[in-house]
Design a protein around this ligand. Sequence first.
Ligand SMILES: [Zn+2]
Length: 146
Amino acid sequence: MPLYEYLCEDCAGIFEVVRPIREVPEPQPCPECDEECERVMPSSFSAFIMRQGYPRRIPDKGTYWHLGQEVTYLPKKARPYEHPQVTKQREQEPLATQDYTDLVDRKIHERRLAREDRRKERDLKRDRMAKRAPERKPLPQPMKRD
Ligand SMILES: [Zn+2]
């Protein structure tokens, strides 16, 4: 069976899945955070904003993806889209590394918060449903003392 790449935007990482071709369009849970992830074409990795311009590989073995290939180290900061382990070169100029890191960290953080909010909301809704029958009186509020 062939190997396909999936992108987890929350973890800013790519992972591989071996699966039959008919299952390829179905989302795949991320091995790290369990979010559903969509397949990405190796050539489109650079279309996503990743830490230092590179998607992390999940599970994180300390390696990176560079234009669809696994590499063990990041290229020199001055030429982030070139890598000696990959012969292909890109002309696109990425943001400065620090900008990238800040942007990605903020983006990941925001996504995590949003996901936590969705979960809390879902749990609240579930609790409310569970408590609906039988009818409940509101709890007496404790008196304020000074
Ligand atoms: Zn993930």
